[in-house]
Design a protein around this ligand. Structure first.
Ligand code: SF4
Length: 83
């Protein structure tokens, strides 16, 4: 983040955030899966279907979501094949 008080704030994008899951591949419903933003969450992995993600467009409307965390870099093809 930029520490200068006069500099323009850095905008964050949900598409670059590790908490966004996209339907149908990553989740049943597209949305924000940060625990603080979910209206209904389950601890058990088997109950994933019952989870309701937060509306990422509403939460991050101004691009200043404080819970943003950048996605980890993608593993190389070699790492994905052998791990
Ligand atoms: S709303 Fe915030 S935490 Fe959720 S996906 Fe967007 S930037 Fe990430």
């Amino acid at each position: 983040m930029n520490s200068s008080p006069t500099a323009a704030p850095v905008k964050v994008s949900c598409s670059q955030c590790k908490w966004l899951r996209v339907a149908p591949w990553q989740a049943r419903i597209t949305g924000c899966f940060h625990p603080d933003h979910m209206p209904a969450k389950q601890k058990e992995r088997s109950l994933d279907e019952q989870q309701i993600p937060g509306d990422h467009r509403a939460i991050n409307r101004r691009g200043d979501c404080p819970k943003y965390e950048a996605k980890p870099p993608r593993a190389s093809l070699w790492q994905r094949l052998w791990n």
